[in-house]
Unconditional design. Structure first.
Length: 157
């Protein structure tokens, strides 16, 4: 059996995307357990419950990967699937970005696409300290907003 726990500092992805990556990695033959998640307090508890040791000094803005595989071949397959899943998460949606324009905010993407005129919705899923700014930017671009973030200051909610 092979256990791997890795930490990538400052590499934020939303929890829904990482859950999908976890499921894809866990579906690889020979993988007994897999978790791809931000190192939040809740996810660190989940990691512990799965029998993995938490990375040292992990923080809520760090992405962690834990894989338990039956052998080295299964671990290699899991790493390949992880790479594909993370590449997919990082790729801009088809037809929404070009080499010349890669929006850095939800609002910028909405203004470029004219989403505010079509009654679009933005799902804001960023670290809590950034959620308010992203939500307001999306609102100003004419979008309805759903915030799915932890640690948003109460006065900003």
């Amino acid at each position: 059996m092979t256990d791997v726990v890795e930490l990538r500092r400052g590499s934020y992805h939303d929890s829904v995307s990482l859950l999908q990556a976890s499921r894809a990695v866990a579906s690889v033959a020979g993988v007994e357990a897999a978790l791809v998640a931000m190192a939040t307090e809740l996810n660190l508890e989940l990691l512990d419950g799965m029998g993995f040791a938490a990375p040292v000094d992990a923080g809520a803005h760090d992405r962690m990967v834990a894989i338990r595989a039956s052998d080295d071949a299964a671990l290699a397959g899991a790493r390949e699937q992880l790479g594909r899943s993370l590449d997919e998460i990082s790729r801009p949606p088809a037809g929404r970005a070009t080499a010349d324009f890669r929006p850095r905010t939800i609002g910028a993407a909405a203004r470029r696409a004219g989403a505010g005129r079509t009654g679009g919705i933005a799902l804001v899923s960023v670290p809590g300290r950034h959620a308010f700014v992203e939500a307001m930017d999306a609102r100003e671009a004419g979008l309805s907003v759903m915030v799915f973030s932890a640690n948003v200051p109460v006065e900003q909610e």
